[in-house]
Design a protein around this ligand. Structure first.
Ligand code: AMP
Length: 214
């Protein structure tokens, strides 16, 4: 199964991608995670990407495409993957299509995970993450605390500040939302309501994917 989770920041793509990767036994490929690792390790790519990420802007396509190509050339993604946070604009979608064609693969489906903007701002400004286990928790903006699983101090992503959240949402509507029509035209798009419990949303996505694959 090869599919994309498309949706605004805070729609739950990352959380659902982890669940679906396990369910369909495919790797979870998240360009945001690849970029954050690069920033943390201060690689050349990380140094280039950091300022864009801090501002909530898209990192230039060449950088992201290079990271993605390297990741998809690993053996574990030969039989499938779930893409989270990529593509973010039509140029990236074209590059992905060409890349997959070259290796004789194609997408099975693109899931548009839909959540209203006001709920997103609320979700992201109360998102706390654990650097050790990667879990995220919903806590008031100034609460923080430690991870109930491993005791690590929780942190807030630097781009989850309210002004950057607004910026990321604007970038989504201007640059990424056109991909909905892009994939609709190719007959790959499925719409899924992203409001509900994690289990409910996972079931909706899994059903939509199974129907698309059938
Ligand atoms: P995410 O974790 O997907 O919300 O991504 C965090 C940040 O990484 C975004 O705000 C962008 O700055 C950058 N980023 C992640 N994926 C991409 C992509 N496909 N194209 C450009 N920038 C990206």
């Amino acid at each position: 199964m090869r599919f994309i989770l498309l949706g605004p920041p805070g729609a739950g793509k990352g959380t659902q991608a982890v669940r679906l990767a396990e369910r369909f036994n495919v790797p979870h490929v998240a360009t945001g995670d690849l970029l954050r690792f690069a920033v943390e390790w201060k690689t050349d790519i990380g140094k280039l990407a950091k300022s864009y990420m801090d501002e909530g802007e898209l990192v230039p396509d060449e950088i992201v495409l290079e990271l993605l190509r390297t990741r998809l050339s690993r053996a574990d993604s030969a039989d499938g993957f779930v893409l989270d946070g990529f593509p973010r604009n039509p140029a990236q979608a074209d590059a992905l299509e060409a890349n997959l064609k070259e290796i004789g693969q194609k997408l099975d489906a693109v899931v548009s995970l839909e959540v209203p903007d006001d709920l997103i701002v609320q979700r992201l400004s109360s998102r706390w993450s654990c650097a050790t286990c990667g879990r995220t928790f919903n806590r008031p903006h100034d609460a923080g605390g430690t991870c109930p699983y491993d005791g690590m101090t929780l942190f807030q992503r630097s781009d989850d500040r309210p002004e950057v959240i607004r910026k990321r949402l604007n970038v989504f509507h201007a640059q990424t939302a056109p991909l909905i029509a892009y994939y609709e035209k190719r007959g790959l798009l499925v719409h899924v309501d992203g409001v509900g419990t994690l289990d409910e949303v996972e079931e909706r996505i899994a059903k939509a994917l199974e129907a698309a694959k059938a």
